[in-house]
Design a protein around this ligand. Structure first.
Ligand SMILES: Cc1cc2nc3c(=O)[nH]c(=O)nc-3n(C[C@H](O)[C@H](O)[C@H](O)COP(=O)(O)O)c2cc1C
Length: 225
């Protein structure tokens, strides 16, 4: 199978039961976005069009297909949190995606306790092993298909505080695998990262003339390249 999307309506030409696009950009991290309306109503929702996009300063983005409560809240208040969704929290994460009204707090709906943030007003998910506190940098409207009414909004945030459960910090290194992060695959599928699926590679070192490169085998040599 090999098909073109170069025509506005060709996106349906895959001929499959469902668009395979998201199954091909996988696994995607899940940003579990916590926000608060101007009136103080809390909101929680998972977004897998989510990622880190820079590290100094740390920046993240998520994208809302349709103008959803998270986008409206962040537009109003300029702040949000991204808690890590994990295997242990999978049912709460799923329930928090319910398309309930803006006055419903999904933390309560999913029976998830909140914990206060350090810098921003929206709280984090208390049981999540890590969370990023973010300040809105910019929102960008993405292109729409000609036949689509949904506004697609990409939200960029600068990370202004970070929470890490100390139980997952060993020798100055975060043990991400031990957190069992949840990732989104295609369709209704998810995957879980566990310590036994984590591999470590040294980065290639270029030769002096930059015409070739070698990789030191074995464990990490401790140099952050
Ligand atoms: C794992 C997962 C990932 C999701 N990713 C996205 C996404 O990237 N963009 C989006 O618009 N909706 C996504 N959704 C759907 C939203 O979570 C859902 O529409 C939710 O009701 C939005 O909540 P809000 O209106 O409170 O922001 C996802 C749902 C799940 C379960």
């Amino acid at each position: 199978m090999h098909y073109s999307l170069d025509d506005p309506f060709e996106h349906r030409k895959h001929g499959m039961r469902h668009d395979p696009f998201k199954a091909l950009v996988a696994p995607r991290p899940i940003g579990w976005i916590g926000s608060m309306s101007k009136a103080g109503v809390l909101n929680l929702a998972p977004y897998s069009f989510f990622n880190a996009v820079s590290d100094a300063p740390p920046m993240v983005m998520f994208s809302s297909v349709g103008r959803k409560d998270s986008v409206n809240n962040i537009e109003e208040t300029g702040e949000f949190t991204c808690s890590m969704a994990t295997e242990a929290l999978v049912d709460g994460m799923n329930l928090s995606s319910a398309p309930v009204a803006a006055n419903v707090d999904e933390h309560q709906l999913a029976k998830l306790a909140t914990a206060a943030s350090l810098v921003v007003k929206p709280p984090r998910v208390a049981q999540s092993p890590s969370a990023l506190e973010c300040r809105l940098w910019k929102m960008i409207s993405l292109p729409r298909l000609d036949d689509s009414k949904a506004e697609i909004v990409m939200v960029f945030g600068q990370v202004v505080a970070i929470y890490i459960d100390d139980a997952f910090v060993q020798d100055g290194i975060v043990n991400t695998g031990a957190m069992h992060p949840l990732a989104r695959m295609g369709y209704m599928d998810y995957s879980v990262v566990r310590p036994d699926t984590v591999i470590t590679l040294n980065r290639p070192i270029a030769s002096a003339d930059k015409q070739s490169a070698t990789v030191q085998p074995g464990p990490w040599d401790g140099v952050y390249r």
